[in-house]
Ligand binder design. Sequence first.
Ligand code: GLN
Length: 450
Amino acid sequence: AHLDRIATVDPAVHAFLHVGAESALAAAQRTDDAIAAGAPASPLAGVPLALKDVFATSDMPTTCGSKILEGWQPPYDATVTERLRAAGITILGKTNMDEFAMGSSTEHSAYGVTRNPWDTTRVPGGSGGGSAAALAAYEAPLAIGTDTGGSIRQPAAFTGTVGVKPTYGGVSRYGLVACASSLDQGGPCARTVLDAALLHEVIGGHDPRDSTSIDAPVPGVVAAARQGAQGDLSGLKVGVVRELGGEGYQPGVRASYDASLRRLEKLGAELVEVSCPNFEYGMAAYYLILPSEVSSNLARFDAMRYGLRAAEGRSAEEVMANTREQGFGPEVKRRIMLGTYALSSGYYDAYYGQAQKVRTLISRDFDAAFAQADVLVSPTTPTVPFPIGDKVDDPLAMYLNDLATIPTNLAGVAGMSVPSGLSEGLPTGLQIMAPALGEAVMYRVGAAFE
Ligand code: GLN
């Protein structure tokens, strides 16, 4: 049924870069057979899923939305891919994304834009616009995204879906093509908080193949979501972040945020105002740290090991240069140059070093805020989904989308976006943030709220 739905609506939405119809049907059959043979069925056995095209899949291409990886099929599965398969989940295909997860609209994909199912003249957000649009268009009930600065939560807000950025180290990065390794985190996307929780428990947990993976049990998010669904948040303190949600946010977004705060109060939560003064510098620090890591991580695309190799060039160096010239899009090149500059000798301390200090200050802001509240909230995004083409040539305007989501990545704490009603007929999202490994309370609040 989902493959039929994809065939019907994806020509207009373009959520998928690759649909693996045959492998999906074969996987579903294997799950059926295993259950018929008496194997215990996991709660998501047989449920179809859309996978962001940044996770290695041994049976489908993995392009990261880039020309440089066109046609590349990894020889192995990412840990996330492996865990999905082990749970009997059917992977329908790979979803569109901004090239190497850099962007907030999916317009930086080398394979064309994804359209927002709510209004196909608008963007679905990014970088995981494909995964979010697939959910909103009912092409898949579950999806996986990655969030480096907001790429799960912002598309969730723009499509009226649920998106979770787990605690850094909570979901394995093995086989996840790196954007910025100290910020990247895979996570679940769904249409309900409980669905996201079920998926979170499948993909989460320690992985010895990822040196930054946390060696701790997955937080009990399914039980927490079920508890939250009973609609009682009494005894919980919700911190309203003073620096997020005021100036710079569209009036309609602010109105829906105000209504969300009233709803949380009605559910019994106590609202407390908290201040995180260093969040103001989050964007500036992020756009030094991220490009620095990008410039190093993307050095591996050298025309020798993966994907594209330019035909022209008299030396290995020329072939490399030509390949990177032809294979990378403008946003990726911009960030490689920014990062190379920030890391160059003489500038390193002034840029990268300073940004790391700001990162510490932001973590301390979170510590202080979480001492006063169980979770923190803000609008997920400053605006509703914007028209395709509006910001693609204005990097700063594009970067501002992630104003509210970036601090959690810098600090490694958890965050989620849940739908918070419409403004001008378009979706808005409420962001809920929790301390590292504090996902349970976040899911409880999300499930009560939705
Ligand atoms: N939009 C942000 C960026 O362009 C976040 C991307 C992400 O989370 N992968 O860097």
